[in-house]
Design a protein around this ligand. Structure first.
Ligand code: ES4
Ligand code: ZN
Length: 324
C-alpha cells in the first residue's frame, strides 16, 4: 500500500452500512440472536461472494443483514465500520442505510437509526470523524412503501440528512419515485440516487431532471453519453464512484477498462468510495489502490479525486476548509 494513499485524508460519500457486515460479524450476531443462517460457516458464506451481477450480490446482501435485530446490533456494525474508516484516515463519511430491509422484518426504525446514530456520535466525539446519514429507499419495492417509510421516519427527521435510492436498478427507473422525492424535497431532505450502475445513461438524466438529485451514486454509464458527460462536467454534479464494486459486480471486466480517469479528465467531479466493502474486497484505501495499480492513476489524480469528495460532501464551507 502506498504511503500516499495511506496518509491521504479521505471523505467517503457512498457506503451502505449493511454492506460493512464482515462474515465474522454476521456469524457472531447470528449466534447472539439465535438465528440459523443458510450458510454453515464463514467459509461457506464467503464462497457465495462470487457475484455475476448486481442482483446476485443483493440476494446475499439481504440475507446477511437478517442477523441485525437490536439497537446494539446496529451500533456494533456501525462502530466496526467507523474503526476501520478512522484507521484509514477517513475524516468524514456519508452513510446509507436501507430502512425497509429491516422494518419489513419487524425491526423498529428506532433500533436501526438509534444504533447507527449512537455510533456516529461516538466517532465524532472520540476522533472528530464527522458524518451524515442518508435513508435509502429500495427501488424494487413500491412507491407506496417508500412513502410509508418517509412517513415513519418523521420522528427521526433531525438525524437524517438525505434520501437515496438503491437496490435493483434495471426495470426500476427513477420515474417510479418522482412523487416521493418531491415530498422529501418539501421536507428539506437533500437528494441523491443510484443511477447508471447497471442501468442506462437515461436513468442518470432522469435522476437529475425528475428526482432533482444533487449527486449521482455510481453514474459510470455516463461514459457512454457524450452530452451527459458534458452536462455533468458543466454543472459539477458529483458522481460517487465505487471501483471495486464495479469490478466485483462485473460492471467492468477488468480494472484497466474502468472509466474513472476518462470521466476525471473530462472535468467531472468523480469521487472514490467503497459501497459495500465487506462484500467487494476492500475499504477506502483498497479502492484508491485499485485505481493506482489497475488503472495507473497518479498521486496527482488520486489527490484530485479526494479533493472532489470534499467539494461534493455536505459539510459547511467552514468545516470543508478544515479538511483541505
Ligand atoms: C448496492 Cl452496489 C449497490 N447497488 C445498488 N444498490 C445497493 N445496495 C447496496 N449496495
Ligand atoms: Zn451503492
Amino acid at each position: 500500500m502506498s504511503t500516499f494513499i495511506n496518509e491521504l485524508p479521505k471523505v467517503e460519500l457512498h457506503l451502505h452500512i449493511e454492506g460493512t457486515l464482515e462474515p465474522e460479524m454476521v456469524f457472531a450476531l447470528a449466534r447472539r440472536n439465535g438465528i440459523t443462517l443458510d450458510y454453515a460457516d464463514e467459509g461457506a458464506l464467503k464462497a457465495a461472494y462470487d457475484f455475476k451481477d448486481l442482483q446476485s450480490f443483493l440476494d446475499v446482501y439481504y440475507q446477511g443483514m437478517q442477523v441485525l435485530l437490536t439497537e446494539q446490533d446496529f451500533f456494533d456494525m456501525t462502530w466496526a465500520y467507523l474503526e476501520r474508516a478512522h484507521a484509514e484516515r477517513v475524516r468524514h463519511t456519508e452513510i446509507f442505510f436501507d430502512p425497509q430491509a429491516h422494518t419489513d422484518r419487524g425491526v423498529p426504525l428506532a433500533a436501526v437509526i438509534g444504533g447507527i446514530h449512537r455510533a456516529l456520535e461516538q466517532a465524532r466525539q472520540q476522533w472528530g470523524l464527522s458524518s451524515r446519514l442518508i435513508m435509502s429507499f429500495l427501488r424494487h419495492l413500491s412507491e407506496e412503501s417508500a412513502f410509508e417509510t418517509l412517513h415513519h421516519a418523521e420522528p427521526f427527521r433531525h438525524q437524517l440528512s438525505g434520501i437515496g435510492l438503491d437496490s435493483s436498478e434495471k426495470g426500476n427507473p427513477p420515474s417510479k419515485f418522482v412523487r416521493v422525492y418531491a415530498a422529501a424535497r418539501e421536507q428539506g431532505f437533500r437528494l441523491v440516487a443510484h443511477a447508471g450502475e447497471e442501468g442506462p445513461p437515461q436513468y442518470i438524466h432522469d435522476a437529475l431532471d425528475l428526482l432533482k438529485v444533487e449527486r449521482i451514486d455510481h453514474g459510470v454509464a455516463a461514459v457512454h453519453d457524450r452530452h451527459l458527460m458534458e452536462r455533468l462536467a458543466r454543472e459539477r454534479i458529483p458522481l460517487t464512484v465505487c471501483p471495486l464494486s464495479n469490478l466485483k459486480l462485473r460492471v467492468v471486466e477488468h480494472m484497466g477498462e474502468h472509466p474513472m480517469l476518462k470521466l476525471l479528465h473530462a472535468g467531472l467531479c468523480v469521487t472514490v468510495n467503497s459501497d459495500d466493502p465487506a462484500y467487494f474486497g476492500g475499504y477506502m484505501n483498497a479502492n484508491y489502490q485499485a485505481l493506482q495499480q489497475g488503472l495507473g492513476a497518479t498521486d496527482g489524480e488520486l489527490l484530485q479525486m479526494a479533493l472532489n469528495s470534499v467539494e461534493a460532501c455536505w459539510l459547511s464551507p467552514e468545516e470543508k476548509a478544515v479538511l483541505t
